[in-house]
Design a protein. Structure first.
Length: 131
């Protein structure tokens, strides 16, 4: 793979990672949930393709920081097969040097026709000690 750092300043950092990826999920006796009361036996999968990751950090002020991470995979290195593997946006507000409040948004692309981009939201209170 290749790592490229496009911009590195205090206010903003942007970098990408590009490369080939091989992933395998081995399943033995596991079940996949289809609905509230329906399940089916899960199957093993294998994916090989081109992978790209974008990382960005924006310092909006001395108290606000936004971290963004997007990861895509093009199976068999075909552009028409591009799939959003993961998207995260983490907004943090620093109350003090060691205490911050965070909001995390996560999304990914799924095969499900009802909800193609399942997402989650999380609020957190983080305590950091670097002594």
């Amino acid at each position: 793979g290749v790592n490229i750092e496009w911009l590195s300043r205090y206010e903003m950092e942007v970098s990408t990672q590009l490369g080939m990826a091989a992933r395998q999920k081995i399943v033995r006796g596991d079940y996949e949930r289809l609905g509230a009361q329906s399940f089916r036996e899960d199957a093993s999968t294998r994916e090989v393709g081109a992978e790209g990751v974008l990382n960005a950090r924006l310092r909006l002020s001395s108290q606000f920081t936004l971290d963004i991470r997007a990861e895509v995979l093009a199976e068999d290195a075909q552009l028409q097969n591009v799939k959003l593997e993961q998207f995260e946006a983490d907004l943090r507000f620093f109350l003090t040097r060691n205490i911050e409040i965070g909001y995390l948004f996560k999304a990914r692309e799924a095969e499900d026709a009802e909800n193609r981009f399942p997402r989650s939201h999380a609020l957190s209170l983080r305590l950091n000690f670097n002594y």
